[in-house]
Design a binder for this molecule. Sequence first.
Ligand code: OOG
Ligand code: MG
Length: 297
Amino acid sequence: MAVAKKSAAKKSAKKSAKKSAIKSAKRTSARKACGKASAPESSAPALVSVARELDRAAYEAKTITQISQHKTLTLAQAYEIQRLAIAERLKRGAYRAGVKMGFTSRAKIVQMGISDMIWGRLASDMMIEDGGVTSWARYVHPRVEPELAFLLKKPLCGAVTPLQAMEAVEAMAPALEIIDSRYDNFKFSLEDVVADNASSSGFVTGAWSRPDLDCANLGLVLRFDGAPVQIGSTAAILGHPARALAAAARFAEAAGEPLQAGWIVMAGGATAAEALRQGVHVEIEMQNLGRAAFTIA
Ligand code: OOG
Ligand code: MG
């Protein structure tokens, strides 16, 4: 009896040791996944060549025919092309600056006719200083949209709630995104636009504010030379921009590139995008958060 009791106690001690080992292994792997990007596998030469073609088009400010006109791509292949095209920018000396979300508002979905949420990679060569000047020659048919940007203070990954996502935020800022599709006539399929890094071309962030302020429903105005061209609210972004941040965390981790401390996450256009004209001064003014601006000369 005493022996049976002893061995039962031993078994249960073993069991709980095993349980805690599993728990700690789970914790470690979660930390690992959140802190570090996993090495990508090598890609098919056909995808590499499309990525180079898209990167060239962006670099030389030219358009190309939609890929979907001559090739069938899966969504996974489109994201792989995106990754490879950004790798070309990084080879030229740019560094990874974060993630942008796309089609997170009704206005954007209606304007472009695509309702799947997408994401893209931000690189340092897309940054424009607040109040700075960008050259018209860099673009083909640029548009601008009012956005909200998050700056992360710690890595953020996996299935997080919007509230948990906000805990990783260092600061928020009003932002402007310049999109410039590399396809003729700004026309594309879902796979086309994903491969083209969600049309991302430039971004401006205004002064950063602490994230204790509620960003759920901040009024915003987009102005061209002082005149309002779009009026909206951050509530247009999935009902709450923190949802776009949580989605970014999920997408980025699934891609093996979890969101990092110091990265910027653009939540997506709150209104339809406005076509830019050479010489125009563009400004976003956001309730409580201030302004961000640039001139395209
Ligand atoms: C695709 C990019 C979408 C957004 O904020 O929704 C996007 C496009 O409209 O060309 O950036
Ligand atoms: Mg955008």
